[in-house]
Design a protein around this ligand. Structure first.
Ligand SMILES: Nc1ncnc2c1ncn2[C@@H]1O[C@H](COP(=O)(O)OP(=O)(O)O)[C@@H](O)[C@H]1O
Ligand SMILES: [Mg+2]
Length: 286
């Protein structure tokens, strides 16, 4: 596998000591929501929404109360993946046109989804103070759930970073493709520079095998330590699985339609380990 030389990627932008200064100014000391996990990526199309939908259903299948929040403003599609047709969205909630309860949609295995709409209207709302409003809504209602997963979208834009800043941890999803890898590093760097101090962990998706996933992690981790003085632990390596696009086309969730496929089994194991981690160490989840 040939991964890009991130020395070249990293010639611009803040150095670690400058990043620490920016932290105070940009994100400040905002309190994170303790059971909220944000899922971000550098590049789009790396599997965030599919992983969230399947992990959420796997966690709910193991008895957890799960809330999924679609924060991929303007490109929301978790409702489609979960096979539901929302009557209200986060827009209605933010405009006080409906209650939190009315904005929630019940999905498979009882997962609750707070959907976002698609298009520029949603994106504009998120850009103009919507993330602060969402933070206060989630701070109030997240304690009613065991696990809250937030699809925070892709890239280094303000909305993505503001959403990640709400969470007690962020999962950064990347694939072994060099473009995804380089963009993941850029996103990690921006999160650090903007003062996201909560743990960030790597999820390598679409790996050929475990060794390739670990290779991607080692390479990124080394760069993050060297240039940003930050750890990037590995959360998961997930295999490429042709059954996933198959399930999406049929409008089914992989873990329900093909529970025994390698990716489904991996997601079920991830859910199990994650929920155990949360109950052994409630601060990680609750
Ligand atoms: N592990 C995987 N194996 C095979 N295809 C995958 C895998 N993960 C994601 N995909 C495919 O990648 C595409 C993008 O996934 P999506 O979840 O929409 O990405 P994102 O939310 O990051 O934009 C989808 O067509 C999905 O089926
Ligand atoms: Mg998505």
């Amino acid at each position: 596998m040939s991964l890009p030389d991130l020395d070249a990627v990293d010639r611009t932008g803040p150095r670690p000591h400058q990043a620490a200064g920016l932290a105070q100014r940009e994100v400040g000391t905002a309190v994170t929501i303790s059971n909220l996990t944000a899922v971000v990526s550098g590049k789009g199309g790396v599997g965030k929404s599919n992983l969230i939908a399947n992990l959420a259903v796997a966690c709910a299948g193991q008895g957890a109360r799960v809330l999924v929040v679609d924060g991929d403003a303007g490109l929301a599609n978790l409702d489609v993946l979960m096979g539901v047709a929302p009557r209200n969205t986060v827009i209605d909630l933010m405009r006080d046109r409906c209650s939190f309860e009315k904005a929630l949609v019940k999905c498979p295995k009882g997962v609750s989804l707070l959907p976002a709409g698609s298009g520029r209207r949603d994106l504009a709302l998120f850009e103009n103070g919507g993330t602060a409003r969402l933070r206060s809504v989630l701070a109030k209602h997240a304690p009613d759930f065991d696990v809250v997963l937030l699809d925070a979208g892709a890239g280094i834009g303000k909305v993505v970073i503001d959403l990640a800043a709400m969470a007690a941890r962020t999962w950064l999803v990347a694939t072994p493709e060099p473009t995804s890898f380089a963009d993941a590093y850029a996103t990690f760097k921006t999160l650090c520079a903007r003062g996201v101090a909560a743990p960030i962990e790597l999820v390598v998706n679409c790996a050929k095998d475990e060794a390739e996933g670990r290779d991607v992690h080692r390479h990124l981790e080394r760069m993050c330590a060297r240039f940003l003085a930050r750890d990037l632990p590995l959360r998961e390596v997930l295999p490429r699985d042709p059954r996933l696009p198959d399930a999406v086309t049929r409008q089914h969730l992989l873990v329900e339609a093909f529970p025994n496929t390698p990716l489904s089994r991996r997601i079920a194991r991830w859910a199990h380990g994650w929920l155990r981690e949360c109950s052994v160490n409630p601060g990680a989840c609750m």
